[in-house]
Design a protein around this ligand. Sequence first.
Ligand code: SR1
Ligand code: MG
Length: 398
Amino acid sequence: MSATAPRDGTSAGPEIGVGYRALTAESVLEFAAPFLDGVATSAVEISDGNLNVVFRVFGASGSVIVKQALPYLRVAGESWPLTRHRARIEADAIAIHDKLLPNVMPQLVHFDDAMSVLVLEDLSGHVTWREALIAGQAADGAAETTGEYSAAIILGTSDLLLPSRQRRSLRRGFVYSELCLVTEDLIFTAPYGEAESNRYDEAIAPLVQQLHRDRALRSAAAELRFAFKTRDEALIHGDLHSGSVMVAPGDHRVIDLEFAFFGPFGFDPGILLANLALSRLAHEAQGNHAYARTVDGYAAAYWASLSEHTRRLWDPSEPWYHQFLQHVLGDAARFMGMEMIRRIVGLAHAKDIDVLPDGARLQAQTRALAGGRALMVGPPTHSFDDIWFRAVGEDNLA
Ligand code: SR1
Ligand code: MG
């Protein structure tokens, strides 16, 4: 693994077209055979993310996942071209994060740069945390593992723990990538104007128009966009929503690292907490009060684990520790607000809310927009309870 070549499509990296062919459910058999004791018997396409094509390939005594980056965004087709550099970003970020916290990344069996393919361990007994949340299933330990992961990567790739020379070398390897531009557009820009990519229910059109006229909110969005683009604090996951965590009894993994880049400490925690808050609002709107409390517990457990592990990994007597954690929390709150809003009015929605019947969906969407706004423009937050209540409490509807 090299951590120094730029991967933004401007210089080093795979030459587009050289040695590349898009895999199909047929051709992937030959490609995957070497990783299945020489014989692949069948394959099924299981792509359900927005970006890549994913196959599960079976051999005589096991299976692997083959994930290929296409030269465009899978859900949009060739009208939204992208380079395939995201495959290398993901392979490199997996290797780095795996060293910081073993057994949480999927095992990277093989990386083919020319083909932009990652061959990964098949987590077939797992489901995404989002699917478990939608089904109201328990995911004991997922929040704790994800919090530990956030602490490990925040500290382990930043100037807090990594010696300056190493940190600078690692930093050079992860430029502000093409997928950062996608995030910049979909989270920080499009929801605050009449972008073509926005999608929302007609029933909330008046709320969306209000949002577009809201100068305080638009100013907060612009400030946070600037923070996202300039605060290169740590090599973060970059897309840590509940669909990027796979859960199974006693085993939790973080997947899909193609958005990894050097960004603000609070971005990943904000994204994760936002998606938990949206799940919580969805359950509340359906009258599933007991499971809504369970989700409250997951969010609190994530933050408690992140706090505990930053303390463990850092010097516990560091006098700056408390202020540092407040800084992460404050950032997380505001990025959380942005993620809550974009998952209601932007291109990529939270399925948790989209699948609800009309009345419940309108209630959850209205509360998500109000909670998101309260987080972005409200007074500074001082504790986890403070931000969680602001996100999901009813007070901000007034
Ligand atoms: C067009 S890509 C849409 C979203 O999917 C990814 O998982 C990121 O969240 C991105 O914003
Ligand atoms: Mg993803």
